[in-house]
Design a protein. Sequence first.
Length: 481
Amino acid sequence: MSEILLIRLASKASQPVHWWLFSASDRLLFSGQLPDAAALASLQKYTPGSQVIALVPACDLILRPVKLPARLTSKTRKALPFLLEDEVAEETAQLHIAVLAHEATLVHLAAVEHSVMQAWLSWLHDAGLQASRMLPDVFALPEMAAGCRWKLGEQHLMRQSRWQGMVLEEELIACLPAEKAEPWQNPAQPLPLRAAHLPAATLLQGVYQPRSKKTARPGVWRAPIGLLAAGLVIGLTIQGLEALSLQQQQTRLHKQMSSLYHQLYPGNRPVSDPWRAFNQRMDDQKVHFLPLAQALDSLLAAPLQVQSLRYAAAEQQLQAQLSGASAVALRAMEQRLPAGFSLRIAEKNGVSGIATVYLGRKSPRQKESLPAMSDVEKMKWQLAAMQAAAAQQSADPAQESNIAAVVASTREKAHLPPVPIVQKGQTLELNYASPQRFSALVNWLQTLEFQHGIVTQLVELTDKGQGNVAVERLVLSGKRL
């Protein structure tokens, strides 16, 4: 194909769609903006002889690197959804997870809800278009040492590294630290978005992989009836043998799961359903500070403002004192609550406009809705998830001897000042009485958890205005199941 048609789909069908047509030498030939997804059919005139690549908003995706206990194989691939459970409000079975790249045991993932993925593909299908690839829109920006930021409509696209990026609305850019990404400024090339910048990856994997068109040979349909009958007999025989072995496979897998459960949690009495017991254990460890803080941020809108925050892992909830807490504002906050979270408003003072709210994760978990699988396939998937958890537990990167060193080195990279650290085994305690940037603090805690397995056990923050907070108390510990 000599030309490439880039189509940047929106989050909703009613939002504008941008498109660009590039030559084989990456020269921009045509570009434009459609009012909505219903107008996509007008691009059919550019598709003959062209490769269609769909770009989708990175704000609708989760882009995350995860570390596997072993190299990526068909077995470890089944455990990938399990590794994202702590970072998403939805059940992982509702997510389509694509592997963008893998380097040894480090895997770069993109996750998106099946409903969103299906909506994008239906817009293209209804318009008579078929995308050969689908990628996050930020991957079409150039890789730059300091990051690259470019405004498209009312949104800002940011590429932070080869496999990381985000999309922010106009009103959120003011909250972004200046050093995060410089705006695109290059008069010689006013359009930074290029097909040539896209990595060799795609979201169209698994059930969404494009089907190749194959032409059937006429002779296939004229096979002798005798061969057809023989094939049916062989097929029925094989089917019968498989049915006989199903029970044996299920029994063997159940024994493996029971053995692994008692390896993870020794000293417990036998359980009839090891997968259910394992999930109950994981639910107790699932409530982390960062997902709760991100959920609270999505609930806040003017005039609500956070005056103080308190999180304790033992309580499994985030406590926040809010100002500007009118009845209307609190009702709107409840209506914006994401799925999978619970919100309790404990104290309201109508005169002062102060309210105390408690944010947590819903429990127990909803019944999982895995894709269509046989009982044996489902048990294999469950066993792989338990094996990944066991390997992660035995290969915890945060060892007692180096936790303090990891915290100190990452703190310095996050441009946070040094403070005295009190270490007790796997636990560290520190505080910042002087105001610190809240964004820098959250980025640091995210680095500790995602890259080093060090999680927040307790944090108490007080707002100091202009995006600054005082850290009254912060307790960190090595991640454990």
